[in-house]
Design a protein around this ligand. Structure first.
Ligand code: FMN
Length: 252
C-alpha cells in the first residue's frame, strides 16, 4: 500500500467527492448484525449485570488502568468473562426476534451503529469453561464453539508475533471485522476508517471493565494476519482479525 492510500484511509469525506451510491442507498437489505450460529449448542453465560465488581468508581478505574503483560497462573471466572464481553460488545437494545436486518445498539458507540466486529475468545484457563476457541453471541449472552480443545501456548504466542504473555494469558480476546457491515452504508472507501475507530471503543471498554473486576489486559496490534485468521477460521477477506487483548488476574 502506498502512503497516499494510507493517508486517505485516515481522512474524512472530501468536498469534491461525488460519492458513488452505497448498497444501502441502492436499497440492498442490510447485512446481519451478528454471525449466524451453525455449531453445537450454545454455552449460556452468567448474567453480566449480576457480576460483583471490585471497583465501581469510573475515576478510580481510569486512574488505575494500565497495560498488563504478566498474568499469574490462576483462572478467570465465567462471570468475569461475561462482564468483559458485555462491556466490550454487549447488546443493550435489539429488535426481536431476529438480528438479520436490524440495527443493534451495544455498550460501545459505532459509526452508523454498524458494529462491524465479532468477538472471539481463546480460553486457556477459565473456571467452568472447557479449553477452546469460542465466539461471543451477544444477542443470546452465550458462546458458540469455534474449535474445541486446548490451543497450545506456542501457537497463540506465534500468532501474536512472539509475545509470550498472549500465549500464557488465561483468555485472549480477538476481534475480527466484517467490513461489509460498514461498506453497505459508507461504501468501500469510507468503511475502513470507521471500523478502525470502532475497535478503540471495544478496547477501552475492555480495559475499564478489567479494572473494575481487578483483572488486567493489554491491547495487541502486533499479530500475524494469516495465522490469526486461520486460528479463528476467518477467511481473511470478508472477515479478518483486527485487534487482540490477553486478559488475566493481576499479579499480587
Ligand atoms: C492500537 C494498540 C496496539 C497495541 N499493540 C501492542 C502490542 O502488540 N504489544 C504490546 O505489548 N502492547 C501493545 N499496545 C499497548 C501499548 O504499548 C500501551 O497502551 C502503551 O505503552 C501505553 O501504556 P499504558 O496502556 O500502560 O498506559 C497497544 C496499544 C494500542 C492502543
Amino acid at each position: 500500500m502506498n502512503r497516499s492510500k494510507i493517508i486517505r484511509l485516515m481522512q474524512g469525506y472530501h468536498l469534491n467527492e461525488r460519492g458513488k451510491k452505497s448498497d444501502q442507498e441502492k436499497g440492498v437489505p442490510a447485512p446481519a448484525a451478528e454471525k449466524s450460529i451453525n455449531s453445537s449448542p450454545l454455552i449460556k453465560l452468567p448474567d453480566p449485570l449480576k457480576v460483583k465488581l471490585k471497583k465501581s468508581s469510573v475515576t478510580k478505574c481510569l486512574l488505575d488502568r494500565r497495560s498488563t503483560r504478566q498474568f499469574p497462573d490462576s483462572p478467570v471466572s465465567t462471570g468475569e468473562l461475561s462482564y468483559l464481553l458485555w462491556a466490550a460488545q454487549g447488546i443493550r437494545k435489539q429488535k426481536e426476534p431476529s438480528l438479520a436486518h436490524h440495527i443493534v445498539k451495544r455498550t460501545v458507540p459505532s459509526a452508523g451503529s454498524r458494529h462491524p466486529f465479532e468477538t472471539y475468545l481463546i480460553a486457556q484457563n477459565v473456571k467452568g469453561l472447557k479449553k477452546g476457541i469460542y465466539r461471543y453471541v451477544g444477542s443470546k449472552n452465550s458462546l458458540a464453539v469455534v474449535r474445541a480443545g486446548p490451543v497450545s501456548q506456542a501457537e497463540v504466542t506465534k500468532v501474536a508475533c512472539g509475545q509470550i504473555f498472549c500465549g500464557k494469558a488465561p483468555v485472549l480476546f480477538v476481534w475480527t471485522a466484517i467490513p461489509y457491515r460498514n461498506e453497505w452504508r459508507y461504501g468501500i472507501e469510507h468503511a475502513g476508517k470507521a471500523v478502525l475507530m470502532d475497535a478503540g471503543h471495544a478496547g477501552q471498554n475492555l480495559h475499564t471493565a478489567c479494572e473494575a473486576l481487578g483483572l488486567g489486559t493489554c491491547m495487541i496490534g502486533a499479530y500475524f494476519q494469516e495465522l490469526a485468521d486461520e486460528m479463528l477460521k476467518a477467511d481473511g477477506k470478508d472477515e479478518f482479525t483486527v485487534y487482540m487483548a490477553p486478559v488475566g488476574r493481576l499479579k499480587k
